[in-house]
Design a binder for this molecule. Structure first.
Ligand code: APR
Length: 370
């Protein structure tokens, strides 16, 4: 098999990349190790920033998002029993956030790709990458047969545990990681959200977040210890703790309901540099992981795709000569195009956290040069 861009992973990064490349007349093949229904039902993120909504709508995969997405113009910060509304739209000159589940975005983009005869191979596990700074190819298994996908470029959109990032030589790859001393106990509940907007709560017993996935489905989080065992948390105990932390003086009530899903997520931040090595680009969770605090994961994955498809990949396809630029210490040279992780750390607001962790801070302040 041969294509222009071989993409590993049918998450938001891989699918949106394949879609935007298609709109630019660039061929791609997406290899996804799971079944289609699995990736289309996998509950993950669900808060879309204005930039992500605009990109999905402008590129023609935003119709259902516009119909079913819940647009929020503000959030609430709650502490000492009182809520304080932050008017996002006013403060940002008109931007808002939209509640629309990640797996719905995945469904929409898969539909669009397949409707355009796009190639997405499900149950296709990428095993290894070859010759990534020469004639790249991906070895993968599909229907029990090991095959080779030759391509001009490889996009590693295979998430945090994928095979692509580790292919970048350890002499080149720099990983800045921070493990936080707390975790989040999250639930998905069959109950209409008790608020029209997200509520971020500070309480001496720990943080709590009220979010939602739809007018019928609530998503709530409790800060807990990373050693916590979910088996110790009955649904009643979870609702009691949420009510305790989110209580207000004005008698606001948190309605509870059947818990559909619950789990504990450790908190970590990780940024890998460079995001390009030879003809391999890594995007999304394959390059950076951020805590779900600011709902950045999905939005960062999409912004990586925007940067890469901005004019970078087309330029590379037209004239591969400008590829091997991946040293942030190099003086900025006009027209040299780089795909580095600076933009992700700048966007994730990790600035402060990493500032406390030594060397990364200096690097983060440089603007990418295009
Ligand atoms: N071969 C084929 N597919 C693979 C392989 C492999 N070797 N390894 C991983 N994958 C697939 C996974 O099954 C998954 O569907 O890559 C996909 C990676 O998708 P995501 O993890 O969703 O990553 P990304 O597209 O970067 O999106 C980031 O997802 O996890 C959320 O919070 C995160 O919202 C963020 C978003």
């Amino acid at each position: 098999m041969r294509t222009q861009v071989g993409i590993v992973g049918a998450g938001p990064a891989g699918l949106v990349l394949s879609h935007l490349l298609h709109l630019q007349g660039i061929e791609s093949v997406v290899l996804e190790s799971h079944r289609r229904d699995y990736v289309e039902q996998r509950i993950r993120a669900g808060v879309l920033e204005q930039g992500t909504v605009d990109l999905l709508v402008e590129s023609g995969v935003g119709d259902r998002l516009k119909q079913e997405g819940l647009v929020h113009h503000g959030i609430e910060l709650r502490f000492e029993g009182t809520g304080h509304r932050i008017d996002l739209t006013e403060l940002t000159g008109g931007k808002s956030i939209t509640i629309y589940a990640q797996h719905e975005v995945v469904k929409d983009v898969i539909d669009a790709r397949l409707a355009a005869n796009g190639q997405i191979l499900f149950n296709a596990e990428a095993l290894s990458l070859r010759d990534i700074d020469g004639n790249p190819s991906i070895y993968f298994t599909h229907k029990g047969v090991t095959q080779e996908l030759a391509c001009d470029f490889i996009a590693g959109c295979d998430g945090f545990h994928g095979i692509c990032r580790p292919v970048i030589p350890s002499s080149v790859l720099r990983v800045h990681e921070r493990i936080y001393p707390f975790a989040w106990l999250g639930i998905l509940a069959q109950v209409p959200p008790a608020s029209d907007e997200l509520i971020y709560t500070y309480h001496e017993r720990g943080f709590a977040l009220l979010s939602m996935r739809s007018p019928e489905i609530s998503r709530l989080y409790l800060q807990c210890s990373p050693e916590e065992d979910i088996a110790n948390w009955s649904d009643d105990r979870i609702w009691d703790e949420l009510r305790l932390r989110m209580a207000t003086r004005d008698g606001w009530v948190l309605k509870d309901g059947p818990v559909l899903q619950k789990g504990i997520t450790p908190m970590r931040s990780l940024v890998a540099q460079p995001m390009q090595f030879g003809k391999l680009f890594i995007l999304g969770d394959a390059a950076h992981i951020v805590p779900p605090t600011g709902a950045k994961g999905l939005n960062l994955a999409v912004s990586d795709v925007r940067v890469l498809t901005g004019n970078m990949l087309t330029a590379h396809l037209e004239s591969p000569a400008i590829l091997l630029v991946d040293d942030v210490d190099a003086p900025p040279v006009p027209k040299r195009r780089q795909f580095l992780s600076q933009h992700s750390s700048r966007r994730t607001g990790l600035r402060d956290e990493f500032a406390r962790s030594g060397d990364f801070a200096g690097r983060e302040l440089r603007r990418p040069t295009f």
